[in-house]
Design a protein around this ligand. Sequence first.
Ligand code: FAD
Length: 318
Amino acid sequence: MKVLEHIKNAEGQTLFSLEIIPPLKGDSIDNLFHHIEPLMEFKPPFIDVTYHREEFVYKKRENGLLEKRSIRKRPGTVGICAAIKNRFNVDTVPHIICGGFTKEETENALIDLHFLGIDNVLVLRGDPIKSEQKFTPEKNGHHYATDLLQQVSNINKGVYLDGELQNHHPTNFCVGVAGYPEKHFEAPNLNSDLKYLKMKVELGAEYIVTQLFFDNQKYFDFVKKCRDHGITVPIIPGLKPITVKRHLNILPSTFHIDIPEELANEVEKCKNNEEVKQVGVEWTIHQSKELMKFGVPCLHYYSMGKSDAIYKIGSALF
Ligand code: FAD
């Protein structure tokens, strides 16, 4: 079922959903199932699975020269979506990205997803690969999420890349996109970012999932600005509890977000990471309660493959 239908069927009740990351290459999918299993108690109607593109590593050859190798550390997004759907009877939302894909490869991936009965996709640009300063699309790939959205909207209308195709069966994906309450780090200002977010909605995005944030006021302001810009689709807040002290530095540098002073001070005072987790969980519960009161359609938790903190949060709320 589509994410939008789940939201409609909930009739104003806040849903619980989560995002997981594929296991590292070589790991068993059982570890992932083990983490998801307890969270099924909160009846997530859908689970997002991230997509991780290739990275480049340099290996020293015997002759001393460096060899550039492309590796994908976390493959398997499509397979994991099908496996989770099969095992837990829950809808899955694979993330699809521009980076590393030609338009042809994207089309084939969408056909696979459609055949697997997956009804949703979260359409993203993807970040630049670590060795690049700025995002570079594949030759014959997409530059922005807006371009990729156009392709998904086309295939939803039965328009494939090969215009001469005889049997052009339309797909029927419900499409989500990313939004940034604290602005996307490359955007010159929030208004410019919102202009492109609106374009994403006009191109067929039916809902927005936000980047993680720790200050609800940033989400409330973002929703207001979106509505002022004429963006009317549901805006699902993305939340992540801080669980280790080094998150204080890693999260702002990775996701370009602020951590409120009050939270950072509480985390600094902790003697060990068990205490940090406790502080992080309490903060996220407080955030979640306030967001529920505000009437958000769904609380979307970034589990990063670990379930214990999310389980504590879910138990307090759902
Ligand atoms: P876009 O919407 O393309 O925006 C990128 C930048 O370009 C913005 O500054 C925007 O203002 C600007 N812009 C947008 N459209 C245009 C246009 N047409 N012309 C000019 N400028 C434009 N990354 C992954 O690799 N895998 C994942 O699974 C993944 N999941 C994510 C899930 C969520 C909920 C979020 C919030 C992010 C996720 N990301 C993921 C990270 C995401 O790929 C990065 O944040 C990326 O830098 C931007 O992606 P986007 O889809 O928001 O890009």
